[in-house]
Ligand binder design. Sequence first.
Ligand SMILES: [Fe+2]
Ligand SMILES: [Fe+2]
Ligand SMILES: [Fe+2]
Length: 324
Amino acid sequence: MTKEEIVKLLQQDMRDEHQAIIQYLGHAYAMPEGELRCAIEGVARDEMRHLDWLADAIAELGGDPSMERTPPDLTAGTPAEQMRKNVGLEDGAIAQYRAHVAAIPDPKIQRLLARILNDELAHHDEFEGLTHLAETEYAAEPAAEPAMPKQPPPRVAAILNQGIRHEYTVILQYLYHSFVAEGKEMAEELQNVAINEMQHMGWLSEELAEKGGVPEMEHTDLVLTRDPEEALKADIAVERKVTNDYTSQVNELADEDTRSLVARIRDHEIYHEAVFADLLEEHEEEEEAAERAEAAAEPQPERLEEPKPAPPTIPSIGSLIDKH
Ligand SMILES: [Fe+2]
Ligand SMILES: [Fe+2]
Ligand SMILES: [Fe+2]
């Protein structure tokens, strides 16, 4: 099996982890606050770690981490129905990881996939237990709902969904930039911001779901580049744009809670722009220093290769005498 073939299998695993993350989060946001929602979010966090490990393994093989996703099942359903869908998704993951462990003859990758498989087996059992919980404790909930389901004002739903799409987009974009980053500091900073954007996506989604709306878990265009300068410039631009959007939207929101939530997120975005600007400055300084070092180092090897000029000959007394 070639490296390219291994990368292809791991990219498939990444797409499926991405699917699981979004499917579980979509279900969690739509559920009432409580044990079930917490448990599903916990599993989604495990899947995010898997995504990260798979991306690192792909990058180490010289491949390109995939930010695509297999379509998640986000259709509405009772908590018990959603949990059964998720048990099914884990079944599929277990079968696929088993197949990939058997197919990939690289011990390090086999170890990684076996480690992930271990989690998926635990998720499967956890979801089965939660299905039972949903069938018993959560079964009575829909009947308790008012006859007319509540709905958010359309403009509020539009603002929150625009925010959700933005947050989802930058999560993927920053994760990719962190996966392909060469420096450790750059990778860590980008990942920290991506984690903060995950919180934003969660807060906005829960806010919308609480108002009876449905979070749209779709993203817009991603700037996927391996060039650090290009990446950071795109990241700064998107932060600046969303800061402006949130700032104007805050004034449109009448509900005090929603308003302060969006204002708080906007303040984080201002901070993110500063973090990226610092990273860009450091990167540019490093590049300049590297260029200077290269320029300083350049003439030396040439000098070494040049024939050494003969030392000036000091005429000896004898030679002077001989010449005459
Ligand atoms: Fe997973
Ligand atoms: Fe954000
Ligand atoms: Fe941000």
